[in-house]
Design a protein around this ligand. Sequence first.
Ligand code: ADP
Ligand code: MG
Length: 372
Amino acid sequence: MDASPVIRCEGVTKGFGAAPVVRDVGFAVNAGEVLVLVGPSGSGKTTLLRLVAGFETPDAGSIFLEDKPACGNGVWMPPEKRNLGMVFQDYALFPHLKVMQNVSFGLKGWEKAAKAERALSLLQMVQLDQFANRYPYQLSGGEQQRVALARALAPSPLALLLDEPLSNLDPRLRAQLRREVKSILTSRGITALYVTHDHDESLYMGDRVAVINDGNIEQIGTPEEIFHQPLNRFVARFLGLADFVTAKATDAGLETELGVIDTALPFSAGTEGELMLRPDDIGVRPSESGRSKIVARVFRGLHNVYIIQLPSGATVHSIQGHTTHYPEGLPVDVFLEPHQVLTCFVSNGRSANGGEESTFLVPSGNGTNGAA
Ligand code: ADP
Ligand code: MG
């Protein structure tokens, strides 16, 4: 697969009067890749997508499409010249046009028969050819969105831009359509910039994921990288449940309330930090002499999540099978599950509020050391 960038942003900044809502953003979407842009509501995702599409002009920075400048440095390529397909949250089909005409809408200048053939093949791709003569209002939300996808892909755009395309669908349909959309994008090698606020969706849909917070891209990486090796606490928390426990480097290893991790550390003895723990990093064992206790059980169907109070009063979460039933108040031992690689955040003290951090990966070892 050709790995040259199809979309490239450099130093892109945009505001609407007051503070910028997109700040010095840089990223590239490579050919055939799905890059998911994920972040909370209001973080600047739609604005960034509209900048790429050409519906907004940046205050600073440049955007390149297949290495040709689209905006910045006095250049301006209008939206209709950018050859990008768009899919929106609200489908935005033309209500007065039948499905077939909606899909062929972008095929300007095509000969009639070729246009019909192309539209039909796209409708077959989304398995809606039998509805070619319906109007949008005669389709369900999921079907309308599949038509919108077919319409966006019909002119073979350079890349597809999708803005929360599944957010209006109910959860069951959303999960099904996620799989369909991913399979279409992947099997056809389509380059896509896919926006969502849903962290599960980002981990599933993205070849790579860019996490955006308050207009800044905090981290870009594979789903596994951003989930297991977050660069900062925002990314760690945004992508799923994360607890932080105090950790201190000693000659014996990394000391925490859940035991000492016996490993060589990349920072010197005495350094303090916080170890990030996901619910599957933490094991729990009922024990009369246990110094931790179960505070609550959250039943999730396939599993239970236990909230556990450590001797210091800090609480952590542990995921356990659905057959476990540990009552509130039960004394337990808590330990680190073996063979995990954990992330430790160490403040390097460059700023007064300790905002500058480094992260380090720590193998949790055999997990049998000193349970709390
Ligand atoms: P997201 O898509 O991540 O929810 P948006 O890009 O829509 O975020 O918005 C980011 C911020 O920019 C929000 O605070 C929003 O109110 C503001 N914003 C977006 N578009 C405009 C506009 N046309 N005029 C003024 N403010 C805007
Ligand atoms: Mg938005």
